[in-house]
Write a protein that binds this ligand. Sequence first.
Ligand SMILES: [Zn+2]
Length: 446
Amino acid sequence: MSRDVNNKYWNEELETLPREELEKRQLADLQEIVRFAYENAPYYKRSFDEAGVKPEDIKTLKDIQKFPFINKTTQRDTQGVGSFLGELAAVPEEDVVFISTSSGSTGVPTMSPFTKKDFDEFQDTESRWFWQIGMRPNDRYVHALNFSLYVGGPDVIGAQNLGALCIWGGTLPSERLLFVLKTYQPTVIWTSPSYAWQLGEKALKSGIDPKKDLNIKKIIVAGELGGSIDATRKAIEDIWGAEVYDFYGLSDIFGACAAMCEAKDGLHIAENHILVETVDIHTGEVLEPGQVGELVFTTLRKHARPLIRFRTGDIGRIDITKCSCGRTHGRIHILGRKDDMFIVSAVNVFPSDIEAVVREQKGITGEYLIRIFERDFTNKYAVEIEKSADNTKTDDEVATEVSAALKARIGVKPAKVIVHPDGGLNTRSEHKSKRVIDERTLEYNI
Ligand SMILES: [Zn+2]
């Protein structure tokens, strides 16, 4: 590969396009994909006709606001209808070379089809993210993500196309993965933030010091919010002596649709592939860039199954100002899943806010469990934590400190902070941890 390893950009022209030029390209692709979807996907033909909109109505990017939303339910209700790929698909099955499926953690798994061109552009985008965090052909890379059905699995091809030496780790048991890290001395790894942290702790406990005995320089995390929580990212960096970068993916689009750069101030989203809108969670009204709401994505170039105004269920904001790294593609800041947000005393609380406090607080291990319940017809939350083995304070003192820190950050105190001994919470999972338990009865939950 003749690419200049000293150039910080994978595709300099694309990544630094003046905003006006970028939006001009977005508009041309939007017009084309909306027309393609209308002419080839039975669902869009029907829904646009019902809404009284036509592809020709798109004269500016804002005109997308006239078109109806879709969501996960639309995908579920249309897949398999009329054909194997269903009514959202816009190409025949013979044009499709790959499908991934969602985990199904929130219902029936949905599948995401790719044409050959969709897939190649997906991997070129992944190469761009790897390059953006500084991966180069002389890096050794361990892809420690699930390969089974999951859209993040093939991302390893993006690293290979960049020229890195790739080790297809998958979800190895931690002893085996530590063996790989020790024996092959890779420089970059991608896993979930909770697992990155726990793997570091496991290494220390088994006599391996990640800073001295291993060679990991960069850790990519995705799949949970931790990578965008400063305290969590720093905790992982401290254990490994490595830089941590957060990536954001959607099973419906790409393994990573957005990625941090060296500025670590939000995640650059591939705006040449995705048109981002932010809308009011309840009314669907379109908000200005910078305002917090539900992120709505329109895929601009995926032909197998175009997504027009897909409500992601993720709450966040987009910053379209130019980043200090020189890139002009907007940066998204994700606060959490709409489904995970809960309201206490009229305050919107995200589990990520609680995690940030727990990870910053001294004298506790950083492990936590959140319980949401109702009392006297109103929502309350309790937080369970672990006191570090070397902390000499009483449990009551620790609970009071954590409670005050939560009140300071979130605005509402927890009903209770329950203190366990080190290791007392069963939250250390291999790859993805369940940390929120919703005990509200359905009656009050709706
Ligand atoms: Zn940047």
